[in-house]
Design a protein around this ligand. Sequence first.
Ligand code: AKB
Length: 318
Amino acid sequence: MESEKILILGAAGQIGSDLTAALRERYGNDAVVASDLHEGIPTALEGGPYVQLNAMDRQALEDVVQRFEITQVYHLVAMLSATAEQQPLKGWDLNMQTLFHCLEMAREGKIKRMFWPSSIAVFGPKSPQNQTPQHTILEPSTVYGISKVAGESWCEYYHQKYGVDVRSVRYPGLISFRGAPGGGTTDYAVHIFHEALKHGRYTSFIQADRALPMMYMPDAIRATLEIMHAPAVKVRLRTAYNIAGMSFNPEEIAESIRRKLPDFSIDYAPDYRNEIAANWPASVEDSSARQDWGWQPEYDLDQMVDDMLVQLKGAYVA
Ligand code: AKB
């Protein structure tokens, strides 16, 4: 077992539920402290230490770091794209302040390494839409995207100026059966499975032919662990790496679901989230991550759909 003490902020969220389990398997249950706003321990996080923590509260955060002798922080607290458009300043405050708390703790030597997630939301209407490169025009059109571009620059700044070991990837839309997504534009690609199994039909808030970059959670967890375990010299980019998994639109995922559930039907009622998606890439190019630390996705659309349906079936079929 490696001798790190890890703190996960926002552990009850979509990524946190899976990441906590993966880190506990690697480091041992007691070495991974899950934290979130919830008072009681969420079921998915049982099996190791849990603390109720508001990551906006710098003192409370430092107390936990000190109490558990934390060496690494995985910062997963964020207000996602759709929710942050409803409350822009609150989204900005949450996304930036919690990041600064961690960067500052790292600068002061209180933690040795940190992970902070960026997103495909850093891109905007002027970015190339297909195979969007690592280095290109960003200019995002959402508060969430602006906070991610700013966050990436601050991560690089803290690395250059203070030697902070911060690592990041630009997650595509993430699809998982364990943790529920929380207020993102890509959430439709998770809701569709639950509705398909419960009602045999789904109304998509994203238009039929709007493709987005997506990734199955096991790949996302592996990417996170791989970048965090790569030798420091291999992590050449201290903004955030593009990582690609798959790319599909609602019609294509519906078609893939119909291979297993032939009666499944989809219709469309695009809303403001469809406008957010319109300014995001359809697919991203990830050669930097592949070259620098060996990134390689495993799941394609059909493999992901098959696994999601198997994993979720028990929840809906008696
Ligand atoms: C969202 O839709 O806001 C997130 C993301 C792409 O970062 N899933």
